[in-house]
Write a protein that binds this ligand. Sequence first.
Ligand SMILES: Nc1ncnc2c1ncn2[C@@H]1O[C@H](COP(=O)(O)OP(=O)(O)OP(=O)(O)O)[C@@H](O)[C@H]1O
Ligand SMILES: [Mg+2]
Length: 258
Amino acid sequence: MKEKLQVNHLSKTFSLSAKQQKIEKTKEKYRNAVNDLSFSAYEGEIFGLLGPNGAGKTTTLRMLSTLIKPDSGDAFIDGKSIVKEPEIVRGKIGFLTSELKMEDYFTPNYLFDFFSDLHQVPLDVRKTRKEALFSRFGIDQFAEVKVGSLSTGMKQKVSLTIALVHNPDVIIFDEPTNGLDVLTAKVVTDFLQEMKAEGKTIIVSTHIFSLIEKICDRVALIINGKLITCDTLPNVMNGLSLEDRFFEIYSEMVGDEI
Ligand SMILES: Nc1ncnc2c1ncn2[C@@H]1O[C@H](COP(=O)(O)OP(=O)(O)OP(=O)(O)O)[C@@H](O)[C@H]1O
Ligand SMILES: [Mg+2]
């Protein structure tokens, strides 16, 4: 198994604004969102980052995608540093989030071309790739329709294709099935499995146990920014359902509080 992503002691702390302190009813000035996180992901696997709300999943994925810088630590994709070589890393990854806001005014066609230009995808390659992806996701018939009038599911499919314009080796997907109905969620998970079969590395974050059980080969459990365990799915589950195993681990951590 070839190591594709190596995460080395990543940490990130945010200062909390007065407004945020009020909303979260805390006097803390800082939030240690990611705390000394290390793990690896391999070629041809779906790796799941599992954790409850506020665990630090999105912060981790945003660092891996070079959108924000870690305070300390580093991560490497094919040996390229997210801190020192972010441009090279960006060419190797596709980052997707269910919270991605696409400008309503633009059409799928325009957005695909715009992002292909950003990644300097040659025109002939772009054309073939666009045809294949638009057809795969049934976007063809909506190619000239403004994104603002598309359904949530179709918007998610469009953002998926846009993240893949440069055919990245590593796909990083924050909460892939958030807000999707079962049919669209299946289109997305089927596609991730196809990408895995092609040898891509897929990193997903979620708090949904069934999603991890369904598609992930290995899983890292994070709570309060810290890595609790990282192993193959069967090893983490240890003969239980993932949900039961999570509560077992969680109650060992916090005693009788739950
Ligand atoms: N820009 C920011 N400024 C201040 N605090 C932040 C910022 N981003 C995240 N946090 C805090 O860091 C912690 C981790 O947040 P993060 O969004 O990474 O968690 P998550 O695991 O993705 O949670 P969720 O399941 O709710 O999406 C949370 O306590 C959050 O409030
Ligand atoms: Mg999140």
